[in-house]
Design a protein around this ligand. Structure first.
Ligand code: NAP
Length: 239
């Protein structure tokens, strides 16, 4: 890979918003490492983008397995000695659509724990493992893919484990940004809007191409850009 190119890792990138984020970042000249928990799905997705003329490599990553995170860190350290962009995109939405089952009064702690493993602990562990590689290059852009369902100011009933996970993910964004003040590492949360993917379903109004705009913008912010914010449609939104 060309040394002058930015190097980006995108999690959960074999489909949906992660795959489209890889496509758009690679189209802008970023060297993309498309990660996927199923290595064969990751290879297939990377081949698709390579067939479009884009520079994309794939690497296995199950975000809930700390050995897998360590292996990715080691690969990045050995291959490039640094990392420029991390998009924490992998996510799950496991809440029932049934209003009784999805009541906060009926939320099972095991279900909450499972969701937090992917949507909260994994992005935190990835930041802990990979931001040191950004410090080496004095450059970093971290995008935590969150959701307006996690906005405390708009909190409503339904999707309890998902909402809690995204609210807490936003806290991680704020904490990281606060400790990284004065560095060239910018950390922000993005809400993609409601997007047609396996998670968003077929009735969503936006397609992934539109949905990743804010993610890609935050992943390529110029020096001095915003940090510690929550954005949708490239505009700040309330926590
Ligand atoms: N679509 C929307 O309307 C919407 C709205 C707001 C926020 N978001 C957020 O956007 C992000 C992407 O969602 P999406 O709509 O693209 O959903 P999606 O189509 O369901 O894709 C989710 C991706 O996450 C991966 N993933 C899940 N658990 C993983 C794990 N343990 N390790 C590695 N990868 C894992 C999945 O991999 P597998 O294929 O292996 O399962 C898949 O690649 C999520 O964080 C979601 O919360 C989506």
């Amino acid at each position: 890979m060309n040394d002058n190119k930015k190097i980006a890792v995108i999690t959960g990138a074999n489909r949906g918003l992660g795959l489209e984020t890889c496509r758009q970042l690679a189209s802008q000249g970023v060297s993309v490492i498309l990660t996927s928990r199923d290595p064969s799905k990751g290879k297939e997705a990377a081949s698709l983008l390579q067939s479009e003329g884009l520079e994309v490599a794939s690497h296995p990553l199950d975000v809930t397995r700390s050995e897998s995170i360590q292996q990715l860190q080691q690969y990045l350290r050995q291959e490039f000695g640094r990392l420029d962009v991390l998009v924490n995109n992998a996510g799950v939405l496991k809440d029932s659509r049934d209003p009784v089952e999805a009541s906060i009064f009926n939320t099972k702690i095991d279900a909450l724990r499972t969701t937090l493993e992917t949507n909260l602990y994994a992005p935190l562990l990835l930041c802990q493992a990979l931001i040191p590689l950004m410090k080496k290059g004095d450059y970093g852009r971290v995008v935590n893919v969150s959701s307006s369902l996690g906005q405390l100011s708009e909190m409503s009933a339904g999707y309890p484990t998902y909402r809690i996970s995204k609210t807490a993910l936003n806290a991680v964004t704020g904490l990281l940004a606060a400790e990284l003040q004065g560095t060239n590492i910018l950390v922000n949360s993005a809400c993609p809007g409601w997007v047609k993917t396996d998670m968003g379903g077929p009735d969503a109004p936006a397609d992934p191409k539109e949905g990743v705009k804010t993610i890609v913008w935050l992943a390529t912010l110029p020096d001095g850009g915003p940090t510690g914010g929550f954005f949708r449609d490239q505009q700040p939104i309330a926590w």
